[in-house]
Structures are given as C-alpha cells and as structure tokens.
Design a protein around this ligand. Sequence first.
Ligand SMILES: NC(=O)c1ccc[n+]([C@@H]2O[C@H](COP(=O)([O-])OP(=O)(O)OC[C@H]3O[C@@H](n4cnc5c(N)ncnc54)[C@H](O)[C@@H]3O)[C@@H](O)[C@H]2O)c1
Length: 287
Amino acid sequence: MTIKKVCVVGSGTMGNGITQVVAQAGYETTMVDVKQEFVDKGMNAVKASLGKFVERGKIGQGDMDKALANIRTSTDLKQAAKDADYVIEAVFERADIKLPVFQQLEEICPKNTILASNTSGIPIGLLASATKRPDKVIGMHFFSPVPMMRGLEVVKSLLTSEETVKVSLDFGKSIGKETVVVKDSPGFITNRIIPLVMNEGAKLLEENLASMEDIDKIVRLSFNWPMGPFELCDLVGIDVGVDLLEGIYQQTGWERYKPAPLLKRMVEIGYLGRKVGKGFYPLFGTK
Ligand SMILES: NC(=O)c1ccc[n+]([C@@H]2O[C@H](COP(=O)([O-])OP(=O)(O)OC[C@H]3O[C@@H](n4cnc5c(N)ncnc54)[C@H](O)[C@@H]3O)[C@@H](O)[C@H]2O)c1
C-alpha cells in the first residue's frame, strides 16, 4: 500500500506536531479541527515550530516552504478525510469524543484507509469496534513535542492485521521516527512507566523522606535523567498524571497505580504544573 495523502484529525498540541512531521516528510497532509480558530492556532504553531528549525539551521527556508505547501486545513472532516490513505486521530482523550470520530471516518474513508489513533490509553480495540475495518485500526502513540521526540509506540489490537502494522511501521520510519510495536494494553509501555515515577515521587514527599528539590536532584544526577519526578509532574501536567494512573488502576485494579493522595490534592487546588504556572514548584520549593 502506498501512502500519499494523510489526514490528521485535531489541531491541538499533538495534531499540529504530527501534521508538521508528516508534511515535512513530503506527504499531502490535511489537518482538520472543529473550528477555524483552532485550525488557525494549529497552523500558527506549525509555522512557529518550523521557523525555529530554520533559525537554528536544522532545515533551510526552502524545506520550511515545501512542508507548508504540503499542508491543507479544514473544518470539514468529510472533505478532509474522503481521499486519505492514512488518518491519524488526535482529538481529546475521551472515548465519547473519539468513538464518533471513528464512526464518521468509517463512513467517509475509502475501504483501504488505515485509521490510526494517537490515544494515550483508550483501548485501540474499543476504537476499532466503532468501525467495520478493525484490522485497519491501530495506535500511533507519538510524544510531545512531536517534531523533537523520536520514539513512536505502534499499538496493535487483537484484531489489527500484520499488514496494517507493517504499513504503519514503514510510515513511522518515513517520518523520521523510531518505532516499537506494543500490544493493546492499559498504558501501553510508556504510560505504564511514567505515571509510576510521578506517583512514587509524590509518595516520597508524603512520607517526608527528603525535600522535593533533593528528590529531583538525586534522580537527575544518578540516572542522568533530564528531570526528576516533580519537574516531570510539572511538565506533563499533574492532572494528566492522575488521569493516566486512574485509567490504569480502573482497568487493572493494580494498587501501584492508585494515585497518591498528594497528587489528587494538587489537582483539586488547581496546581496542575507549568501549563497553569504553578505546580510542585513553587508550592513545595523555591525554584
Ligand atoms: N499532549 C501530550 O503530551 C500527548 C502525548 C501523547 C498522546 N497524547 C494524546 O493525543 C491526543 C490529543 O492530545 P492533545 O494534547 O493534542 O490535545 P489538545 O487538547 O491540545 O487538542 C485536541 C484537539 O482536538 C480537537 N477536537 C476535538 N474534537 C474534535 C473532533 N470531533 N474533530 C476534530 N477535532 C476535534 C480540539 O478542538 C483540539 O484542538 C489525546 O488522545 C492525548 O491523550 C497527548
């Protein structure tokens, strides 16, 4: 199967990042969202990101112009997806929003179109159940910021065909990503690990074993990680961390994924991390 046209559904943080890398790789790319203002915001983010790459000398102005020329935008899913070979859905992380999108894509897209989701944890099999082509539904779990992060989890449901996996792996490679295939299970690989780091950090602080800064410092220096658990919480979003933990806990009952009470308190008081300008830093420290 040859992929020429790609449709990205959702122009938020992930959707615009995915649109950028797909367009840079030379695919005709249509980014669609529900309102023109969201699409415009997504396009501005793509332009700003490409501009930074040019400024830093990573790509030339000609590359930026070519990538932008490959992008179309739309607020009409039918028009955007009707002749797509590959669709990547990146709308809100809610099954009640994603499922209707997959139902519509089933109606709109040609029979051979592969329907991928960038979900962080909604079962791919569930999304596939909204279609009549479960063998062509797959998870393509990108990481933020998409143009910078090389990893890509390719999530295979019980019904995803080997052909769909193969096409998706080739596609991932063609847009510059390093892929791994993972079975459709709660949290996949990455979201099984990251929320545990956040949770354990919060538990250490609850137990008053060391200061927040010291916990971050020893983790950074000992593992050569770019950040410790609290810096990570503030970057990812404490609400996002709690949602990931609760999602896995509800699906599996595994105690280790029960969110630490401190994380829940932080969400309740609106200390969600960098995106709102307040999180673990500065509440428990001075940084
Ligand atoms: N942000 C991350 O770090 C990250 C990382 C990996 C995966 N994800 C996953 O990617 C997906 C998108 O996350 P995000 O951070 O980009 O969210 P976001 O809130 O930044 O963007 C979501 C976009 O989807 C649009 N949208 C909602 N319903 C739509 C519909 N029916 N049709 C078209 N567009 C619609 C919204 O208007 C919004 O612009 C989620 O499933 C999330 O779990 C996010």
